[in-house]
Design a protein around this ligand. Structure first.
Ligand code: SAM
Length: 211
């Protein structure tokens, strides 16, 4: 399996400096800092999916989280390694795809995803969601941020009801909140932040006869 973006991302990271990437604000995302400051998530085994140049996972590592960070781009992971050294923190950095996560079942207590799920091709969404659930511990937390339909119609701009529909069989959705952010290219983009807890039960849609 491969993502339509896999080949392009590395080119982007190799051609551009981190500070010129629209999604790279040079500081951790407010939504993440707010969640950590709230005490709702505390240091634990953590995965940053699609970690980019490592700003968010470095912040989590500084806060005492035991962080693994994964991105498909070797260029992004190189930048993340530099960021990790500058911040004087340790992280497990991996080049790899969000499809078929290379982690054992129930490894993580917390998964952070800023702008990862919305890059998963439509036909792989359920596979992705089930794999995220698989690698989360019992009652583990998945904090996902994706583009909202406020940005205009596109295959990966989501309505709130669509997010509910996609995740409700796998996660207990605690909240779906809209927010807007002035991004690095000076464009205001609209997002949903979604806080979810892994459901203990296996639902009908996950049930595979004979598996
Ligand atoms: C919009 S950027 C977000 C980066 C980072 N989360 C942040 O907030 O700065 C999307 C990231 O997804 C990564 N990505 C795209 N397809 C991927 C895949 N199949 N597996 C893992 N990472 C992927 C890209 O390389 C890129 O770093």
């Amino acid at each position: 399996m491969s993502s339509r973006h896999e080949t392009g991302w590395d080119g982007i990271y190799h051609r551009n400096l981190p500070k010129s990437l629209p999604w790279e604000l040079g500081k951790p995302r407010e939504v993440l800092m707010r969640l950590v400051d709230s005490g709702r998530i505390t240091p634990c085994e953590t995965l940053d999916l699609c970690c980019g140049v490592g700003t968010n996972p470095s912040y989590l590592a500084e806060k005492g989280f035991n962080v693994t960070a994964l991105d498909v781009s070797d260029g992004a992971v190189k930048h993340a390694r530099d960021r990790m050294r500058d911040a004087n923190v340790a992280m497990n950095l991996l080049v790899g795809s969000f499809l078929n996560l290379p982690f054992k079942t129930e490894k993580f207590g917390f998964i952070f995803d800023f702008g990862c799920f919305h890059h998963v091709e439509i036909e792989y969404r359920t596979v992705f969601i089930m794999d995220v659930k698989r690698v989360l511990k019992r009652k583990g937390t998945y904090f996902m941020v994706c583009f909202s339909s406020e940005n205009g119609p596109a295959w990966n701009h989501f309505r709130k009801e669509q997010i509910e529909q996609l995740f409700k069989d796998y996660f207990d959705i605690k909240w779906i909140r809209p927010f807007s952010s002035l991004e690095g290219d000076n464009v205001t983009r609209h997002f949903y932040e979604v806080l979810m807890e892994k459901l203990a039960t296996t639902t009908l849609s996950e049930y595979k006869p004979g598996a």
